[in-house]
Ligand binder design. Structure first.
Ligand SMILES: Cc1cc2nc3c(=O)[nH]c(=O)nc-3n(C[C@H](O)[C@H](O)[C@H](O)COP(=O)(O)OP(=O)(O)OC[C@H]3O[C@@H](n4cnc5c(N)ncnc54)[C@H](O)[C@@H]3O)c2cc1C
Ligand code: FES
Length: 271
């Protein structure tokens, strides 16, 4: 994993105008900004809607002149984002966090909107295999963006692509000795990432996973995002197999806004 970049970074929110909005799926939109940030694959920015909240979002499109993030409307903050129009302004600071390493012979396993955290990595890699899944067709994003990639799609209900889970496809792929895979990268629901981790451990393949935790400051001050002894916003959000193997919280526990540690189920239902 590479170190956090300092290039063009700002810890004070800059009010930036939304230059464009792209509908990526039924309830997912990308928000584009004509502004330069120095960003590495897997990093995130803190997005502030004055009077509502401030939350982390992965940088999902990036070049030297513009960047975007992709939000799925699920709760108070993301539904407020969903109502914004081109020309509205958002407070943005960052980018924050570490970044994915860039290795060839890579396989990417993404679930739902988790693909947004992997997208700048996919853009930087040479022909990775992309295994992408979601609950149903309406939860899939970037189908046009990645239509020419080496991609296998699955949905839990069979409404698009293969019926089943991304982890079944990964297990089959890694189980075939003919397939050369140096590293697997993953982001999505933590239950999926835990299974990906177990499969990679069994097959002796390296893994980097981007974890999602409650974040407040984004730069290591408040402690809201602790995962065991790691601070997700500065030590992560990307962790490798060696780190994940020592993280008892991974796939099991997360912290609420109050700081109380609860099961992942309670974490997701308590938002
Ligand atoms: C490093 C990092 C990067 C992130 N990048 C993105 C991103 O690129 N795009 C994005 O949409 N979100 C991303 N998130 C999550 C984001 O910050 C918000 O927490 C999330 O979108 C929900 O915020 P909310 O206030 O709208 O919903 P909440 O009120 O927090 O949640 C409402 C309901 O939605 C469920 N929920 C929460 N998050 C998700 C989710 N991701 N998928 C499905 N259901 C969910 C909750 O369990 C709850 O039931 C990232 C988080 C981290 C830590
Ligand atoms: S969000 Fe404050 S320490 Fe990570």
């Amino acid at each position: 994993m590479q170190n956090q970049t300092e290039l063009c970074k700002s810890d004070i929110p800059r009010m930036l105008e939304i230059a464009n909005i792209v509908q990526e799926g039924k309830s997912q939109k990308s928000f584009f900004f004509k502004h330069s940030i120095g960003c590495k694959p897997g990093q995130f920015v803190m997005i502030w809607i004055p009077g509502i909240d401030e939350k982390p979002m992965a940088v999902s499109y990036w070049n030297k002149k513009e960047f975007a993030f992709t939000s799925q409307a699920v709760g108070k903050f993301t539904n407020a984002l969903d109502k914004l129009k081109k020309g509205d302004k958002l407070g943005i600071r960052g980018p924050y966090g570490n970044s994915f390493s860039i290795k060839n012979d890579a396989c990417i396993v993404a679930g739902g909107v988790g693909l947004s955290s992997l997208s700048t990595l996919i853009d930087a890699l040479k022909n990775p295999l992309l295994i992408y899944g979601a609950r149903s067709r309406e939860h899939l994003i970037y189908l046009k963006r990645y239509k020419n990639k080496n991609i296998v799609i699955s949905t839990d209900d069979g409404s698009f692509g293969r019926k089943g889970f991304t982890t079944d496809i990964l297990a089959e792929f890694l189980g075939n000795q003919k397939n050369k895979v140096e590293i697997v990268y993953t982001c999505g629901p933590e239950i999926m990432m835990k299974k990906v981790f177990e499969i990679c451990q069994r097959q002796g393949v390296k893994l980097e996973a981007s974890l999602e935790r409650m974040m407040k400051c984004g730069f290591g001050v408040c402690g809201a995002c602790m995962v065991n002894d790691k601070i997700a916003c500065i030590d992560g959000p990307i962790f490798n197999s060696r780190q994940l193997a020592k993280m008892l919280d991974f796939g099991s526990f997360a912290r609420l806004k109050s700081g109380r540690k609860v099961s992942l189920n309670e974490y997701h239902s308590a938002h």
